[in-house]
Design a protein around this ligand. Structure first.
Ligand SMILES: *Cc1c(COP(=O)(O)O)cnc(C)c1O
Length: 402
């Protein structure tokens, strides 16, 4: 999924524009900045590219989720439903606003099972947070219907799915708010950064204020800004925004290469009897950053990962054993190992939900392998890799049968 692979002259040019002026901050210094407003330009570019009314840039994807939740009014004791398979940032952000992460089972889309979501709704549920994992997407129609019926927010974590679409609309722009991450391994990067996107003007204004100490950004003079709400500092710098601006302009170039190589790998995997591919609610909208599939059994998945490593095929992920992406390994969350003390009631609820058993998710993730797609492979290299992976998987499956 990585835009960093093709970092080049365009990114350097944008950064140099900022270095020429020396104004590294996104606000103020109107005269000295010589007309350079990279963060503003990037926000406008995101609105245009992804078809959303408002974008607020922040310092990371985690900050984007946090600011989005604050802007939606999610806080003390509110429950936020999220998938068992995601990046730890999802629950970190929920905890940071004083809310309770409620993990629920995934299905073979590798994200929220709408039935599990419906079953997890309580009077305290304030939002559902689908995570569009590994470049593909959640079943948004079903999730949106549940949110509408229960009058709760749909907050899309699209950090891993920049450029993906669902029924013609960009991921991250369909819910009440959505977020991107531009960290170093995302589809486009700016080193560290994130975005909150929304079509709701009030949510946008609040995210804007929250990310800059509550500044209302209404006047020309920062010192004279009003502070209608408390905020924090989740600002992005002009240097970071400059890299992001170059990368967002190159998104189609990245996606074209990624989707071509993804199709080549998936084609090769079609020849492997016994595996099944991840379910994709709208295949046309997949970004192609991973080819994800299921082995017949957990044992075979473990065998396959070992064999791929032994044969020197890098970039294959077995999330079930991964410390950062699947609930099974979030012992710090499950044991309440936080640095700052929580309120007793929050602590009790967090631990209650984090310590549930998830046999359905386990059975899916135990068999799942995601093979990452590089922008740097030419067609011949992608074909060679696909054939190699397919041969290894076949050998594991045939070997297990005898
Ligand atoms: C990367 C990521 C985040 C957080 O983004 P950062 O910019 O690294 O803070 C959140 N959610 C998901 C699913 C991610 O992959």
């Amino acid at each position: 999924m990585p835009g960093y692979e093709l970092f080049g002259a365009q990114e350097r040019k944008e950064v140099n524009d900022v270095l020429e002026t020396g104004i590294l901050m996104r606000y103020g210094f109107d005269g000295a900045r010589n007309g350079m407003w990279k963060a503003k330009e990037l926000e406008a570019a995101i609105c245009e590219k992804f078809g959303v009314a408002h974008t607020q840039l922040v310092s990371s994807g985690t900050a984007a989720l946090t600011a989005a939740m604050a802007a939606l009014g999610i806080g003390a004791g509110d429950e936020v439903i999220m998938p068992t398979f995601t990046f730890v940032a999802s629950f970190e952000a929920v905890l940071s606003v004083g809310a309770i992460p409620v993990p629920v089972d995934i299905d073979e889309t590798m994200t929220l099972d709408p039935k599990a979501v419906a079953a997890a709704i309580t009077p305290k549920t304030k939002a559902v947070m689908p995570v569009h994992m590994c470049g593909s997407m959640a079943q948004l129609d079903e999730l949106k219907a549940i949110c509408d019926a229960n009058k709760i927010f749909l907050l899309e974590d699209a950090c891993q799915a920049i450029g993906g679409t669902y029924k013609g609309k960009h991921l991250g722009t369909i819910g009440d708010a959505g977020t991107f991450s531009f960290d170093f391994v995302k589809i486009i990067t700016c080193a560290e950064g994130g975005a909150v996107m929304t079509n709701n003007k009030e949510v946008y204004h609040k995210a804007d204020q929250y990310s800059d100490h509550g500044h209302d950004h209404m006047g020309k003079d920062r010192g004279a800004d009003l502070h209608p709400y408390l905020g924090y500092n989740f600002r992005i710098s002009e240097l970071h925004a400059a890299v992001g601006l170059a990368q967002v302009r190159r998104l189609e170039e990245f996606l074209t290469l990624q989707r071509r190589n993804h199709a080549i790998i998936c084609d090769a995997l079609k020849g492997v009897e016994g595996i099944t591919m991840r379910q994709i609610p709208d295949a046309a909208g997949d970004t192609g950053s991973f080819a994800s599939f299921f082995m017949p059994t957990e044992e075979m998945a473990r065998e396959a990962i070992k064999a791929l490593q032994a044969e020197g095929v890098a970039g294959n992920f077995y999330w079930y054993d991964n410390n950062w992406h699947y609930i099974r390994k979030w012992q710090h969350l499950q044991s309440g190992s936080w640095m700052n003390r929580f309120y007793d009631e929050q602590k009790k609820q967090v631990l209650h939900y984090a310590n549930q058993a998830f046999p359905v998710s386990d059975a899916i993730m135990g068999r799942c392998i995601s093979s990452s797609i590089s922008l740097l492979w030419d067609e011949a290299q992608a074909k060679e890799r696909g054939a190699k992976i397919a041969a290894i998987l076949k050998k594991v499956i045939v070997g297990a049968a005898v």
